[in-house]
Design a protein around this ligand. Sequence first.
Ligand code: CTP
Ligand code: CA
Length: 228
Amino acid sequence: IIAFFAPKVLAGQRVLVTAGPTYEAIDPVRGITNLSSGKMGFAIARAAREAGAEVTLVAGPVSLPTPRGVTRIDVRSAQNMLEAVVEQAHDATVFIATAAVADWRPAAPSTQKLKKDGSGRAPQLGFTENADILATLAQSPRGKSGALFCVGFAAESHDLVANAQAKRLRKGVPLLVGNIGPATFGRDDNALLLVDAQGTQELPRASKRELARKLIADIARRTRTESQ
Ligand code: CTP
Ligand code: CA
């Protein structure tokens, strides 16, 4: 296990990772979130650190210990996550977006707890689309030039290859990683599909820890060849 990263394949790289869900407030005591556990992103941060990178992990609300040697920034909403990522991205060389960012937030969160008014009618919530953190970075000057190598994740319920390839192109990222079903939320294992301009490659079912190491080794190869 130690030998696996004996040559520190990411030495000198600064890796920024997002992980976990986001939480979008409805009022001071209620909000909307999702079932992301953060396990895959935390495993990736740990593997990147073990491979010699300087690692910053921007985490939504999760209950996981911080991997040794990793700088962790806790955030709550998608807007908080975007701010933290933009602040950290200027000197990063790799950005890995594993977070399950809420696509929408309540448009007008109440500053006071919503109360039943006795009429039996439920409140009507309006929504606003959140900014796309991955696309924002991928389309920034450093993302476009390849100085910041951007990696996306996607959980698709159907047509994984076609949807993942379309998503990769839409986001403008060189590498998109698909979760091969069934739903992997909270599980300790997973199987991944790597989608790039050349096509697809499968990382067969294994622990998230082992997959994280394989993915980091793959990203190290890509950033080495692409920066030469
Ligand atoms: N992502 C992001 N910011 C968002 C939404 C998604 O950074 N506001 C990132 C995720 O972290 C992931 C990738 O984009 O790396 C794909 O997320 P996904 O939810 O699969 O894609 P969407 O573009 O949101 O499309 P949809 O949910 O409609 O399939
Ligand atoms: Ca989404």
